[in-house]
Each structure stands twice: as C-alpha cells, then as structure tokens.
Design a protein. Sequence first.
Length: 314
Amino acid sequence: MSARCSLVVNGKSVRVSTGDTPVDAAVTDGMITPMQGLHGTAMSGQGAAPSGRRAEPRGFRPEPMRLTLPAANPMHAPGEPEPAADSVKRSGSITEISRLCPGVVEAIVTLANPLPFQPGHQVVLTMAGWHPVTLTPSLRVDGAAELNELVFHIGCEAGVVGGSFAGELELGKPVSVKGPVGRGQYRPGGGRLVLVADEAGFAGIWAIARAARYIEPAREQTLVVGARDPLDLYMQPALDWLRATGVARIVTVADRNRQRPPDVKPGPLTAHIPMLRANDAVHVSGRAATVGAVEVLAASVGARCYTIPLDPTL
C-alpha cells in the first residue's frame, strides 16, 4: 500500500499521507490555517495564509505549563514566623517575674518606647545568654497591662527552671524585642470566633478574646482551654471576666485526672472543640500537635484558621 494517496477536499485534489485526517490534509495544503485559541492552544479556522509546514502528529503533546513560585525570603529562617511589614525593634528590661502555676512563669518587659502590634501577634525577644525566642505578648490574667509593657506567659517544666529560658530571666536584665511577627493576630469580622489555647498558648488567646469583647461585643465567641495537668490551668481570673462579659461557652480541659475540679473536662483538648462551621474564624495557640490537629479540623469544613505556635525551643 502506498504511503500517500489522493483526497478531494472542497473540490480540490490534495496528496496526503495515509492516516492523516481531512483536517490535517486541509491544513497542510493551506486551505485552512491554525488559529491561536484560548490558553494558547491551536484551533483550526479559515485563514488566507497557508501554514508553513505540516501539523505535528497526533502523538505530540505540548510541554506542560510550569508555574514559577516566588523565592523564599533569604533573611527568614524556616520555622520562624514571618515578620510583619511594619516590624520594628525596641529595647527594654525585665521588670517583673512571677510564677502563675507550676508550669508557667509570667515575665514583664518594660520598653523604652511602646511596640505597635495587634492582639495575637508575636515578637522575637533576645537577651544575653540565650538564643532569640518567639513569644506572644499578652495581658496579666486580670487584664492589666501598660502601653510600654510586654506581658509574657512562658512555659517551663513544673518546679524546674534551671537551664531553661525561664531560669535565665533576671530582674533588670536588658533585652531587645523585634516585632510584630506571625499571622495569628485578631481580625474583626463576621462569623463565630473559636479560640483554642493549650497551656502557655493562652497568652495570645487571652489577648484576642479580651480585645474582641471590647471591639465586637455582639460577636459569638467560644473558648476551649487545656493543659496536661489541671494545676496548670492558671487562667481562671481571665475566664471569669470573659463569662461576666457574655461569653457563654468556655470549656477547660486537662489530660491528667489528678486533682481535676468537677468543671474541668478530661482530655484531649481537641475532643472538646465544638462542631466547626465554614464561616468560623479559628485561632489556636499551643503545642505543635494541638495546632496541627486544629488546623486539620478547620480545613475539613473550610473555616479560617490562624495559628500562634509556641516556640519549640522553650
């Protein structure tokens, strides 16, 4: 059988290869011309100019489009919160140190000049004798704080501070602070506010919860707070204030049964998160396992989720 044959298209005789379609034959002979179609694909249509050469065989597949992602910030170490566009540096010193519970220490840093940030933002604190750590400014458990103060809730081993960051804290010790960093800050808007705090992660959640009661008093708010040990649920004065201002659903959870009050639920924390809705705004702060689990729950219903992770080096 000959590799080529004659074919009549629109009354005109053309020579084509065996296996070509009538459209292939018409394109090759210049009767119709490929046109550029949507997304860069070739479409056949009438045109005056003949095609320069035979169309590619049907087995040809164009090279897939490759998307170029923006390069990572070379000044940003993996695992660290992204600095905000208006990040600034401030200097100050440690002016108060107290133990809130066996596993959490409160430290107050007084700055020479106030640091602008939103509730839920984080900062990077540097002091002599320790590597930089990422902390979340908060309020005292009674809600007090001065404009030039940064209140930190710092987790530590119960009763043990030697060799830890908490053990390096000293009254009058100079520190430098850079911030804000992170993306877990409070965002006023519609939808229920679901706040989840794990141990010292209550720092950022407390700042968000209190701000929301002043800025959006009518917004529905749900709070779930947990700790390994019920003795580390140090935030009772803050929870009492939230209840008094209209927050109806507040759940406290502890993993261990020892000395657990009747109103403290048994763990795990994520088992007590309410059924999430697509229009919820979820803020979570705590250990990596807790943050990751809440992210998965939020993603399963399409809810917004803003994370405030605890520094794993503390």
